[in-house]
Design a protein around this ligand. Structure first.
Ligand SMILES: Cc1cc2nc3c(=O)[nH]c(=O)nc-3n(C[C@H](O)[C@H](O)[C@H](O)COP(=O)(O)O)c2cc1C
Length: 221
């Protein structure tokens, strides 16, 4: 499955079957997480067969059921950490979709089980991504109009529109879609709106934009 197809097919899934992640799939996912960690300096960890993080009141309130696996998104504290978590976490989300798994980013409705993952000195757990075989494939979210999230001087090239379209299919906290893509020549810059987790959202939508637009067409400013 191509990444664009993964973007189109991905929706947040909150109800999971009790099927364990296939061994081959787990191996491939873990090796992808390792390569993302190497590139980014993050310390993302796949936690399997650990139901306690999602068996409390919080998870119930968040309408999560059957979550036994998740990815702990851990990294060194810095002003860039949130955006980095978004960008690399979404890489893992789309890889998971390609491998036939479902996911949901979770910032609020889970319990931190400190024995399930490692947080080294100077690091923090930003959030988690629930992962597994969904009972359904989820549903498409409502989206803002393209024009509401882009600003262009002059003509709008097709690649830029494709990038924005891919960004609008991305998960954002509470589906807030508070981001802006600005085009100037072949330079693209971004702005995160004010809102909970909007820097994490920005990292996520930047990865989607790269896939939709094609990285050869532009430079980040
Ligand atoms: C940073 C972030 C945090 C999120 N936190 C939660 C959460 O705590 N609970 C939850 O049910 N969904 C959470 N979500 C999922 C969003 O609600 C979901 O992505 C959004 O409604 C869009 O739907 P979609 O992912 O199906 O496209 C989060 C998403 C992101 C990107």
């Amino acid at each position: 499955m191509e990444l664009l197809q993964a973007i189109e097919q991905r929706h947040s899934v909150r109800a999971y079957t009790d099927k364990s992640i296939d061994d081959e799939v787990k191996t491939e996912l873990m090796s992808y997480i390792q390569s993302c960690n190497k590139e980014s300096g993050l310390n993302m960890q796949l936690v399997v067969d650990e139901p306690k993080g999602f068996d409390g009141l919080m998870a119930h309130y968040g309408k999560f059921t059957g979550v036994r696996n998740y990815i702990a998104i851990v990294g060194k504290k810095s002003s860039e950490l949130d955006e980095k978590c978004g960008y690399y976490g979404e890489k893992v989300v789309l890889k998971a979709q390609q491998l036939g798994l479902n996911t949901c980013w979770v910032a609020m409705t889970y319990k931190k089980i400190k024995t399930a993952f490692v947080v080294n000195p100077g690091e923090k757990l930003c959030l988690v991504i629930a992962i597994g075989y969904g009972k359904t494939q989820g549903n498409p979210h409502k989206s803002k109009e393209k024009e509401a999230v882009m600003k262009v001087k002059g003509e709008t090239p097709e690649w830029f529109q494709n990038g924005v379209n891919a960004a609008l299919l991305a998960p954002t906290a509470m589906n807030q879609q508070k981001f802006l893509f600005l085009l100037n020549g072949d330079k693209v810059s971004t702005k995160a709106g004010i809102g909970f987790y909007s820097k994490i959202d920005l990292g996520i939508v930047k990865y989607h934009f790269e896939i939709g637009a094609g990285t050869k067409n532009f430079h980040w400013e």
